[in-house]
Write a protein that binds this ligand. Sequence first.
Ligand SMILES: [Ca+2]
Ligand SMILES: [Ca+2]
Ligand SMILES: [Ca+2]
Length: 343
Amino acid sequence: MKAYRSIVVIILVLMLALPATAAGAASASISLTSPTPNPAMIGSEIAFDLAVSVDGFQTGVSGIDLYLNYDPAVVTPPTTPGAAAAEVLPDFFGVSNFSINEVLPASQCPGATKPCIHLVLAGPPQTSQIGIAARFHFRVTAVGSGSACFSIVQATMVDANGFNVPYVKSPGDLCQTIQNRATTGTVLRQGVPASPNPGGGTLACSSVTATGTWVYGPVVTNTDGNFSFTNLPAGTYTFRATYPGYLSSEKAGVAIPDNSITGNVGSTTLRGGDVNGDNAINILDIGAVISKFGKTSVAVRSAGGNCTTDEPADINDDGTVNISDLAITAGNWGKMGPTAWQP
Ligand SMILES: [Ca+2]
Ligand SMILES: [Ca+2]
Ligand SMILES: [Ca+2]
């Protein structure tokens, strides 16, 4: 019974004490929100917010002066040094805030180790307010060690009389995962097993290019006919696969979204018999096979693993020009390239 009374007394004391304490305390915080997208890829624009919270300041918070470090090896602000670097938002000080907003070289930043964004915000005194004061944007330029870290290296918060306001800052470091983007697909060739590749090579050696704003590749296919492009920028691409003695194959309108880590173009099988490489299979190709009929130990691009020279009349890369190569060519008589991208 005595213990019960003691607990009641303690609870009563706490109930009386807590509101008094809360009413008298002023608090402020500066924090960075989680970046999006996470993970990010090369070419991605990552963004995160500067969230500010003040509560119970009678004079009102009227200014914030802040330096945000970034790692220039993996990210860059979207603007040139000296230009506006952060997007100032009206959610904390309102629309009439005044701001300084600049990218500074490392030598002008606190600690002098990394470049920084210097942001100065000032506006009407806020006694109790929570809001997003600014949004930072960076473009990913490299994978580096796999992350991009940001930190507020120095910040000052002042009230309407210019006196420093104590605040809590979080987190210490804000780190964002950066990954490579892999865009993959498969190119097989008619008359050639997918794996193992004949000729003892380690690669199937079909060439693949990806044409968007610029041309990427060629990359070559591995033993299984698979290819992979690393870090194709977001955009719309035409993929084209070629191999000597075969019609090319093409897939247009392949969209690589900004935030996709992987993409697959699908599988295609090249049709054999275009010995002279004019993307049409006709009498000229038949003639080319017949003119070399019976030749052995001819050059095989897919042998040896370095995708060098090839005898295109040896369609199936078995080192001999014979009836198999003639049959493949005759069977595709009249076909034109580039063919549709399909198995
Ligand atoms: Ca031809
Ligand atoms: Ca060949
Ligand atoms: Ca052959």
